[in-house]
Design a protein around this ligand. Structure first.
Ligand SMILES: [Zn+2]
Length: 179
């Protein structure tokens, strides 16, 4: 029996096994995983660079065939924490103010627990915009009238879904982002 596999890797129990009818070489597996990680890193770097250059997340999602949430996460994961909100500590207040104006209501109502549609959607915009600026889920919840972080996670997700479905919602979200 040869001591190398046809791929050139070590034919030993620590590297090779036959599982059912499937030949498994761990060295090949590691190489594939490493290649995939490198490719993803390259893609993520490109997404972050384009995002900083002003390409919208919707366009990035379409170009890379990823959902909007993945795009948010990639950008967020590659944005240094200290540069997020510390550079603009008043953003949350402005975002809430803008969202309130756009939905003909007041900030206190956004912070309230009323469930009218226009309030719910305005809150989702605020949640998503703060989240993009790196405000933590718990902190967003505190600022929005003491909501639970799971509510914020849900709201951010809803904002992603609705901004794909509804141009009006997306327009509102964009204005809150730019507050
Ligand atoms: Zn191999």
């Amino acid at each position: 029996m040869n001591d190398t596999l046809t791929c050139g890797h070590d034919f030993s129990p620590s590297n090779y096994r036959l599982q059912g009818a499937v030949h498994q070489c761990y060295a090949c597996h590691r190489e594939r995983m490493e290649a995939r990680r490198a490719k993803n890193r390259e893609r993520d770097d490109a997404i972050v660079a384009d995002h900083r250059a002003g390409v919208s997340k919707d366009v990035l999602a379409k170009t890379h065939r990823l959902c909007l949430n993945r795009i948010y996460n990639i950008i967020r994961a590659n944005t240094p924490k200290q540069n997020r909100l510390t550079s603009d500590p008043l953003f949350p207040e402005r975002a809430m103010q803008r969202a309130a104006e756009l939905s003909n209501t007041r900030v206190e109502e956004l912070k309230s627990h009323w469930r009218e549609k226009h309030l719910v959607k305005a809150r989702w915009c605020v949640m998503a915009a703060m989240h993009e600026r790196g405000v933590g889920y718990k902190s967003i919840g505190r600022r929005l009238g003491g909501r639970d972080h799971t509510t914020i996670i849900y709201g951010v997700r809803q904002a992603g879904i609705f901004s794909e479905r509804s141009p009006e919602f997306r327009a509102m979200l964009d204005q809150v982002r730019a507050a």
